[in-house]
Design a protein around this ligand. Sequence first.
Ligand code: FAD
Length: 412
Amino acid sequence: MVELNTDFDVVIIGAGAAGVAAAHRLSRENLKVIVLEARDRLGGRAWTVPTALGKPADLGCEWLHSAEINPWTTIAEELGFGTDRTLPDWTSRIAIHHGADAHHQWEAARDALEEAYERAALAPQDSAASDLLPANGRWNKLFDAISTWANGAELERVSVYDRQRYDNTALNWRCYGGYGTLISTYGADLPVQLNTLVESIDHSGKLIRIATNRGAITARAVIVTISTNLLAADAIKFTPALPAIKDAAAGLPCGVANKLFLSIDGPEPSDTYLHLTGRTDRTGTGNYQIRPHAWPMVSCYFGGQLAIDLEKAGPEAMTAFAVDELAGLYGDSIRGRLHFLASSAWATDPFARGSYSCALPGHADDRAILSTPIDDRLFFAGEACSREHFGTAHAAFMTATAAAERIVALRQ
Ligand SMILES: Cc1cc2nc3c(=O)[nH]c(=O)nc-3n(C[C@H](O)[C@H](O)[C@H](O)COP(=O)(O)OP(=O)(O)OC[C@H]3O[C@@H](n4cnc5c(N)ncnc54)[C@H](O)[C@@H]3O)c2cc1C
């Protein structure tokens, strides 16, 4: 329980990947620090849940993207979390259901689109990624579907500049115990106060006053890590107001991606890990991991408008949609072998209101605005603040650690 009128050196708002990372960095200093978290758990958009299979399911982040430079990879090793280093077959899946010829055509179209992105990134004006699709291209719907999974949004809502700045390194690994559990385990011994909703931040005085549902405290510095959709919706009231931060957050909205986990009976359709696309001829389609870690499970991924619609319709409708698409790939006999395990609902999650940020066309530079501290004492950190790693748990770690280090440096 926060004691009324207590004074802290640093208050961190949110105990997701960013908040946990910042608190860890500051725990090495002689500073009075507290993390205020609205939920009853750590991790935020990193959330692993148990399933009836006895295997964990990551409802939020799962892939240790850019594993070779990802600080969470080292933390996983230090904490004894095993990593599955099987690389995803995201780029080879077309061949499975559409044959080698289709696969080669798809690869050629993808390479041509990549070249168009590279050229457009050098243009004086930013553009929407959808502008670069070839007229009537056979694979346009699939490119759009991939964008819904990667960005949580269709290509027309994706800035080319932003997309091209993302540092896509070669390695993507997974953590057997779950990324969410890894992050909450890393935060287990930190001074976190759960069930504490920050309502307002008054930075007009010498000390910053943070009002919560459980009392008010003051701090010399504050690190805010809540999602851009919450910032843009004034979920925390700032005094004086911060219109530039609010506008930047609105330019970097969190799109929606949701997951559904099904168990699968029997050995078919594959006894190994596979990645599949439900359909190639429509944007509203799922991305399916068959047997992640060789477990008898299907992990289904929906993004963009489809994810929003299925979340509204509920877990049963989400399951029915996935089963229909899988039956389209494997035949009706698969229907009775798939059973609901777990699903996410990030669009309506009150403490996220979306999945991960994506810059709207013309808004790539909003990431720099969002990550510029106010008076060197009010800092914004989290996945959306990273220019090169946005959307990920390692971006959250890196931006929050940088904010913490800046606070430490300023005190010296
Ligand atoms: C479906 C899905 C799949 C994903 N897949 C991947 C992946 O494979 N790899 C990857 O790297 N990333 C992935 N991500 C993205 C990754 O999960 C996020 O980028 C990362 O977890 C964000 O961390 P954060 O600390 O910036 O924000 P958050 O996790 O949102 O943390 C902010 C915290 O602030 C709290 N909060 C909000 N409002 C208040 C308030 N008023 N007062 C107090 N506390 C508040 C929230 O409860 C939350 O705990 C995925 C996300 C989703 C949803």
